[in-house]
Design a protein around this ligand. Structure first.
Ligand code: 0X9
Ligand code: ZN
Length: 449
């Protein structure tokens, strides 16, 4: 599998000598699954290959799935694909992905400019949040919801929490360490909604809670040791490999499909549900106010997809799935309005793959009506998890529009008081968009744009 013995190279990170995992000889496998026969092969790729390759993301427009193949398995994978008559591409990994940058001197405070232009360390993320909380003390409260395995603080940013019982939209990011864009998006959401007066009115009727870094140990590890690190950093007694996939560790159909029970797998579901302290902290925090939480988004990358439940198995949907599709499509339309970027709205089990124990399914099972996973940009494998820093801002602006649509929907369905604001013209536009989507949305499940 992927994380077997590998050579380590020496790099400088922030002036500190560190060892960074070397992926020489690894390949990206790209399989076009348009043909139903190939699709079936891909759906059972673990059985076909005899192991589960590391799934990176998919390009739904071209119906291509991308996997990361370790150098010792490349020949085996080629032989297997050839023997099944599957056409594929075996690409070299973009070396940019493994380019570790020397940390720039921040010269003091971390600003929105930094969030828009570069990936930040966990400490920098926290510094940014602290400065926002200081700047907007009436609107922003930082709440510690627990500690990571290595003792880093897990912080929820509560925006517009005025002690009332207004409905909540909950966003969390970065449960998968290597999906770096998600952290910047979460920080951008916090900043934008509090700093722009146009959103005051919305915040008066809907509260936003953002957990910008749900896996700080994994994230730091992906910055300093291993760019492709996905899991938490829990250590197990007698364990050969560290970490569990926190997005397989939630207590809903835990351990059933699309997971592995072996510690070295990228999709190891942990020893039991909520074995990961990060998942325990998040489930506790959400459960405490679950009756008020009406919208939930887990930010991931990559693939430009808005995924709705259920995702633990295929062809199974919640009874209000049409509402999820309608609002999902309105979010996609709001994203498209920014710069024509296409996001596909699709059921996660059918459209991507079944994977049990994920946060979106669990949130839905707790009664949170609108629960989604958003796979942010890019859509291709050329930059994958290392979306170039000059594209961060656009992805942030797009995601903000999607969140705004969800907040507006939550306000109109669950808001304590309706407002007739003239303030947010953007908000009004999204509302209109949502109405249009409602009337035009086609009925039917599964894949579809
Ligand atoms: O596999 C995942 O955890 C998510 N994709 S990723 O490439 N970012 O790892 C998708 C989770 C979708 N939700 C469910 N299957 N419930
Ligand atoms: Zn992910």
């Amino acid at each position: 599998m992927l994380f077997q013995l590998v050579s380590l190279s020496v790099v400088f990170i922030g002036g500190i000598l560190a060892e960074y995992k070397n992926y020489d000889g690894f390949k990206i496998l790209e399989v076009n699954f348009q043909n139903p026969r190939v699709k079936k092969y891909v759906q059972e790729i673990d059985k076909n290959l005899g192991f589960m390759p590391d799934f990176l993301g998919e390009n739904w427009k071209q119906k291509q799935a991308h996997y990361f193949i370790d150098k010792d398995s490349v020949e085996k994978v080629r032989t297997n694909l050839d023997s099944h008559n599957i056409t594929y591409q075996m690409r070299d990994v973009n070396p940019q992905i493994f380019k570790v940058r020397k940390r720039r001197d921040l010269n003091g405070a971390v600003t929105i400019n930094d969030v828009n232009n570069r990936y930040l360390s966990y400490d920098e993320q926290m510094q940014f949040l602290n400065s926002i909380a200081q700047q907007y003390p009436d609107d922003v409260k930082l709440q510690k919801i627990g500690n990571s395995y290595e003792g880093r603080s897990l912080t929820a940013v509560r925006i517009g929490d005025d002690g009332s019982s207004k409905p909540i939209v909950w966003i969390d990011a970065g449960v998968h360490a290597r999906e770096w864009i998600s952290y910047n998006v979460a920080l951008y959401l916090v900043y934008t909604i509090v700093s722009q007066p146009a959103y005051r009115d919305l915040l008066n009727s809907v509260q936003l809670v953002v957990v910008p870094n749900t896996n700080p140990d994994g994230y730091e590890y992906s910055r300093t040791n291993d760019r492709m690190w996905r899991k938490t950093r829990s250590r197990f007694t007698n364990g050969r490999c560290a970490g569990a996939d926190a997005n397989r560790n939630y207590p809903f159909f835990w351990g059933t499909q699309g997971v592995s029970h072996s510690q070295c797998s990228e999709i190891y579901c942990g020893s039991r549900p909520q074995s990961e302290p990060e998942v325990m902290a998040l489930t506790n925090a959400i459960t405490r106010e679950e009756t008020r939480i009406k919208g939930y988004i887990a930010l991931h990358s990559y693939g430009q997809e808005i995924l709705y439940p259920w995702g633990h198995t295929m062809r199974t949907y919640p009874s209000d799935v049409q509402d999820l599709i309608t609002v999902g499509k309105a979010m996609a339309a709001a994203i498209r309005a920014v710069n024509n970027t296409d996001y596909n709205v699709v059921n996660s089990g059918d459209g991507l793959y079944p994977a049990a124990g994920a946060s979106d399914d669990w949130a839905k099972s707790r009664g949170i009506k609108y629960s989604y996973t958003i796979e942010l940009s890019p859509i291709d494998d050329y930059t994958g998890f290392s979306l170039p820093e000059d594209r961060i801002n656009q992805v942030c602006r797009e995601a903000f529009q999607a969140v705004q649509v969800l907040m507006i929907e939550v306000r109109s369905k669950f808001g304590l008081r309706q407002t007739t604001s003239s303030a947010a013209s953007a908000a009004a536009q999204s509302s209109l968009l949502l109405k249009r989507m409602r009337t035009s949305v086609s009925r039917g499940f599964g894949r579809g744009k």
